[in-house]
Design a protein around this ligand. Structure first.
Ligand SMILES: Cc1cc2nc3c(=O)[nH]c(=O)nc-3n(C[C@H](O)[C@H](O)[C@H](O)COP(=O)(O)OP(=O)(O)OC[C@H]3O[C@@H](n4cnc5c(N)ncnc54)[C@H](O)[C@@H]3O)c2cc1C
Length: 306
């Protein structure tokens, strides 16, 4: 697309001509841009995807609000760890997830920098939840002297991925066709592959079908059952604090190898706990039944959006 007037802020009304050759952006007056191909890369809540009518084919699970604080002067006893605070007791109202991790400083001599993020279903306030965690939660002592140097926010709508992220001549890349996120590396990769697909089409080759096949085979959430499986680890969040203390207490002396990956976490985290299945069944039969039923928890229940 050739346009030399700088970045365009897309307003609510975007119209795309049949075949996707002409994009009309309504500002104060219509602005039309005509190109042979277009790339839609406007993120998780893509208006271009909505304008193309592709959200109609997707299942919407619900929306999450996220607040992240970048902070210095945090008294964290595990400064190099990626931490996930599991359980309803950490968030006022019992809904939401909290993550905490170290961040790189531009100057290594600067004091350590941390990010605390809280995501909650959109009917609750992530700001209230994160502030309550820092001021009144179990780990509030870590944040007594903390200095928030930056606040970031996001709203994300969880939808099933677009199975074939091309409509007419519009190639959809990055978070726009995904189940909330492809991550930064995925956004770069699909942007690059989308551009390559267009070049191949221009040469008369099958660039689009190759891009669709790449998307289907590399973005794991396209595989049947992956959304359900990945969100089921969140099922742990709905257990009572006392139940979680018991379960994690069982794994205290276990060494579970791995790295953070939402597709393998369910097996790794639940596998670690279920390694003690017989003991749990004997000592806490009702809790054992609850854990064994996690596979039946719906995505909406696991995300606490219903
Ligand atoms: C809280 C949070 C934490 C995350 N943490 C990580 C992480 O640690 N590591 C990781 O790899 N990924 C992380 N991600 C995911 C990562 O940010 C995304 O997967 C990635 O940014 C997707 O890139 P994108 O280019 O597709 O979309 P985006 O980065 O969302 O870019 C879309 C762009 O389109 C612009 N845009 C949208 N609408 C319009 C409009 N109407 N007019 C003009 N411009 C518009 C936006 O301003 C934005 O610049 C995180 C996401 C969130 C929300």
């Amino acid at each position: 697309m050739r346009y030399t007037g700088g970045w365009i802020k897309l307003e609510k009304n975007i119209r795309i001509s049949p075949g996707g050759r002409c994009l009309t952006l309504e500002r104060q007056k219509d602005l039309q841009i005509t190109a042979r191909y277009a790339v839609a890369a406007d993120g998780v809540n893509s208006r271009i995807v909505e304008a193309l009518g592709l959200n109609k084919e997707r299942k919407l699970f619900g929306g999450f609000g996220v607040v992240s604080y970048l902070m210095e002067e945090v008294a964290c006893p595990y400064p190099k760890a990626w931490l996930n605070f599991v359980g309803r007791g950490h968030v006022k109202g019992g809904k939401g997830q909290l993550y905490f991790d170290p961040k790189p400083q531009k100057n290594p001599k600067d004091p350590p920098l941390f990010e605390l993020s809280c995501g909650c279903p959109i009917d609750t306030s992530p700001k209230e939840a994160i502030d309550w965690f820092m001021q009144g939660g179990r780990f509030s002592s870590w944040f007594k002297k903390a200095r928030v140097i930056e606040t970031r926010t996001a709203v994300l709508y969880f939808r099933t991925p677009i199975p074939e992220p091309i409509k007419g001549r519009v190639v959809i890349v990055g978070d726009a066709p995904s189940f909330i996120e492809v991550y930064v590396q995925g956004a770069l990769m699909y942007g690059y592959q989308g551009a390559k697909a267009i070049i191949r089409e221009m040469r008369g080759e099958n660039g689009f079908s190759e891009y669709i096949s790449l998307w289907k085979n590399t973005f794991e959430y396209n595989l049947p059952g992956e959304i359900e499986k990945a969100t089921q680890t969140f099922g742990l969040h709905v257990l009572e604090d006392e139940e979680l203390d018991y379960l994690f207490g069982l794994t205290e002396n276990d060494r579970i190898s791995g790295y953070l990956n939402e597709f393998t976490d369910p097996d790794r985290v639940m596998g670690g706990i279920l390694g003690h299945k017989e003991k749990i069944r004997k000592e806490r039969p009702a809790l054992a039944r609850k854990i064994e039923e996690f596979g039946k928890v719906s995505v909406k229940e696991a995300l606490q959006v219903q």
